[in-house]
Design a protein. Sequence first.
Length: 236
Amino acid sequence: MSGLDLRLSCTGPVSIDVALAVRPSEILALVGRSGAGKSSILKAVAGLPPIGAVKGLQGHVRVDGETWFDSASGVRLAPHLRRLGLVFQSYALFPHMTALANVMAAMELADPVAAVALLEKVHLGGLGNRKPHELSGGQQQRVALARALARGPRLLLLDEPFSAVDRPTRRALVETIQELRADLAVPVVVVSHDIEDVARIADRIAVIEAGRLIQTGPTDDVMASPANDLVRDLVG
């Protein structure tokens, strides 16, 4: 199967019980209240601790038919062997490196020309020589996005990409992701506690509560027909 195919269940340290599929070029938003388990699902897909390293994690994660995790057969690729791009809520940039160096660090073969092109693609042309502390929060988030794309990922994961910036910056980041998606031939999973942040970019929304999927469907359908009071509150 092309794209992301996952089925994961776990009872601790965080409860998870989800099955999802995301097609290439499709953007799926995982939405739910704080503590609903959204980021834990992302960490499990990426193989990151604590949830991605739990021995009791069951199920599978497959991307374009390649198995990254399968509890039945014992396959568990290390995070660095999973060809994915991950944008953290906290940016997680190397503070001693310039924006350009941060992007180049993610490349298998450092290519400054390609790294400059990526920074230009996220509207950071001319800022490659600045270090993270010399950039605004929105600019740091764009560097993190460029770095994630620099890996040539087969899957792109965005963990609360809009939560640490103000509303105007959120709108600008949403527009950037909308522009990038035309060139993205990989599945994209975006985590957010604010459904308004992702409604403009997501093809489908999956509402998560206590690690479980309680409603999923095309964005317009979920927004127009909430399945229960929880989803209705999120939709507003």
